[in-house]
Design a protein around this ligand. Structure first.
Ligand SMILES: *Cc1c(COP(=O)(O)O)cnc(C)c1O
Length: 370
């Protein structure tokens, strides 16, 4: 489905770390933080060992806890909502925009209550959420915004970098992401107090400069190691290349799909001035049996995945009182969307093979239904 793009520079950077005796809390983490913060145009970057950990410490730094409500989208990877549950706050889901699959600002407006302390929008598949109306609402109704930019490093909204649009933004570097450190994540923010609380939280609650075993608050071990940071530092120098090779593959898919009935390519909003392609997700027309299409692809040796599976329909979220029918746009997308194999250096003949197989699978479906 995906593969990382690791070159000789990454290999030698990681090996160089192994020649030293500093494998954690060292200079590579600092350099990687500076590189990511510079890309996002923020004052601070705080490296952690996963995107999930980044979302958790960002919400904690924002003071989110029991009794608070955090508005978010049900159409995401489960970590975005889980991070809210970790803090003891309540995730409040709202529906998405049908075109972009991102949180719908008008739905957010109607979900805000006196307990709303934060909004956690997700830039789904690498396309920024419609942040201007969301930030306006945040100012009016006095809540903070933590962007889940885990799928969107390098993306631009009206020319501004994803991650810098809210009060904090979180990136993730798992191997299927555009840029990888193996495991890893990063929070970017302009707020110095939040940055310093997050540095403490990732390191067992020690204040920066604390004595070895002084713990000011309940912290975690969310530290990123030096090998991962060295890998990330090199990948950051290649960010434009990593994103443009992915964009070329996405464009090729979109071009080929223009001739295929029953399948819609991703819709890119005018506000998305740079898409950061994380996955390539198509939508099947209503009435096309997605499972049958995925099975037909599988029979040709082509993997595909349903993307996403709505969070509010997962067993643990149903316990909070959510269920089918709550968010029609998210649920419809959850039933009709399929991620195709996608990575930066995917050869042209592979994309052609995938689209040919998809076209005949959908044709067979339409014929069977007719
Ligand atoms: C990948 C991802 C995360 C979590 O990142 P990890 O590094 O796997 O913890 C969170 N939110 C979204 C939307 C993601 O795609």
């Amino acid at each position: 489905m995906a593969r990382p793009d690791i070159g000789p520079l990454e290999r030698s950077a990681v090996l160089e770390v192994l020649e030293t005796s500093v494998l954690s809390i060292g200079p590579r983490v600092v350099a990687f933080e500076e590189a990511v913060a510079a890309e996002a145009g923020t004052a601070h970057g705080v490296a952690v060992n996963s995107g999930t950990a980044g979302l958790h410490v960002a919400l904690l730094a924002a003071g989110i806890g029991p009794g608070d409500e955090v508005v978010t989208t049900p159409f995401s990877f489960i970590a975005s909502a889980n991070s809210i549950l970790y803090t003891g706050a309540r995730p409040v889901f709202v529906d998405i925009d049908e075109q972009t699959y991102n949180i719908d600002p008008s739905a957010v407006a109607s979900a805000v209550t006196s307990d709303t302390r934060a909004l956690l929008p997700v830039h789904a598949f690498g396309q920024p959420a419609d942040m201007d109306p969301l930030m306006e609402l945040a100012t009016d109704r006095e809540f903070v915004v933590v962007e889940d930019a885990c799928e969107a490093i390098g993306a631009r909204y009206k020319g501004r970098p994803a991650g810098s649009l809210g009060h904090a933004g979180v990136f993730a570097f798992y191997p299927n992401k555009q840029l990888t450190t193996g495991e890893g994540g990063m929070v970017v923010t302009d707020r110095p107090e939040w940055a310093s609380v997050m540095r403490s939280l990732r390191n067992q609650g020690r204040e920066v400069g604390d004595l070895w075993l002084q713990h000011t608050r309940l912290g975690y071990n969310y530290r990123l190691d030096e090998m991962s940071a060295a890998l990330g530092q090199v990948q950051m120098t290649r960010l434009d290349e990593l994103l443009s090779t992915r964009a070329q593959v996405a464009d090729r898919y979109t071009g080929l799909l223009a001739d295929v009935d029953g399948v819609s390519p991703p819709a890119i909003d005018a506000a998305t001035t740079r898409m950061s392609w994380f996955v390539y997700v198509v939508r099947l027309d209503e009435g096309v049996d997605r499972n049958a299409v995925m099975q037909a692809l599988e029979d040709e040796g082509i993997p595909s995945r349903p993307y996403f599976s709505c969070i509010h329909l997962q067993p643990i979220y149903r316990e909070l009182g959510y269920g089918p029918g709550d968010f029609p746009h998210a649920e419809a997308a959850g039933e009709a969307c399929v991620a195709l194999p996608f990575y930066g250096r995917m050869p042209a003949d592979e994309t052609e093979l995938v689209v040919d197989a998809l076209a005949s699978a959908v044709r067979a479906q339409v014929a069977a239904g007719a």
